[in-house]
Design a protein around this ligand. Structure first.
Ligand SMILES: C[S@@+](CC[C@H](N)C(=O)[O-])C[C@H]1O[C@@H](n2cnc3c(N)ncnc32)[C@H](O)[C@@H]1O
Length: 250
């Protein structure tokens, strides 16, 4: 399958059925080509909300990214954290697709991160946090960049919540920053009750946090028919929630 057919096949897999299986490295690359720019711009926008006073990751901080894909969040953090030593931050990406993990590894190495792990499940990711973070973290960033808009199940939410709470109690970070981004279009079709925030609310409820979902529009470059046209942009509606939580001393 080549060119446009390949692209259409990917779109029907990812968008219409709400699941991202990337059986080959080419699928992962094509996904990144089509969507990474859009997700990156959304992520940077969410981090730039001046009302939320969100700190940027630096040394001794840990980023735990659920459904990291091609490590889009890292590029977003890099853009937002200008002048801060992102290379000293530890990154743990959880991604079930092996080919996507391979692509994420290219990204992590490009950004020269000293400490990172890419794992297939949330449980393995939580274990890697404990190993890599030498027991403690200053700040823990929990990232859900276009993760909760997928066709998920309750068991996944339970596993994600277990991994997040387990990492918080083991690493005892001074602060937890959760970053959630999502869109408001195609995914509503497969979300319970047609509510695109359904799985996010389920997760944040288990953490005893309250959702503070905002919406904004943003403009991003789009590839057009597999041709990169730098002048071709589109506007999207971004829904997101970025929150900082202070963890009480234990
Ligand atoms: C919509 S993509 C978003 C990728 C990336 N976060 C971004 O913003 O570009 C969702 C990713 O989550 C992965 N994924 C879906 N369910 C997962 C699960 N239960 N555990 C780990 N990864 C999962 C998919 O393979 C896919 O790469």
């Amino acid at each position: 399958m080549h060119g446009k057919n390949f692209d259409l096949h990917l779109r029907s897999e990812v968008l219409q059925r709400g699941r991202g299986d990337f059986p080959t490295f080419e699928h992962a690359c094509l996904y990144a080509y089509r969507y990474m720019g859009m997700h990156f711009h959304a992520f940077v926008k969410a981090l730039s909300n001046e009302n939320r006073k969100i700190p940027k990751p630096g040394a001794d901080d840990l980023i735990l990214d659920f459904g990291c894909g091609p490590a889009t969040s890292l590029f977003g953090f890099e853009r937002a954290a200008v002048g801060r030593p992102l290379a000293a931050t530890t990154f743990v990406g959880i991604e079930r697709s092996q080919s996507m993990r391979n692509l994420a590894e290219v990204a992590v190495r490009t950004l020269d991160l000293g400490h990172f792990a890419l794992e297939a499940t949330a449980e393995q990711g939580a274990m890697s946090c404990a190993e890599l973070g030498s027991g403690r973290a200053n700040r823990l960033f929990l990232v859900f960049s276009y993760f909760f808009g997928q066709n998920l199940e309750y068991e996944i939410i339970e596993e994600v919540a277990r991994a997040a709470s387990g990492t918080i109690s083991r690493m005892r970070p001074r602060q937890v920053v959760s970053v959630y981004t999502n869109i408001d279009i195609e995914c509503a079709a497969w979300m319970p009750n047609g509510d695109i925030h359904y799985w996010y609310r389920a997760f944040i409820g288990r953490m005893d946090w309250k959702p503070q979902i905002d919406e904004m529009t943003y403009t991003y470059p789009v590839p057009s028919d597999l041709e990169l046209d730098p002048n071709h942009t589109a506007s999207g509606s971004l829904t997101y929630d970025v929150q900082a939580h202070t963890v009480s001393a234990q």
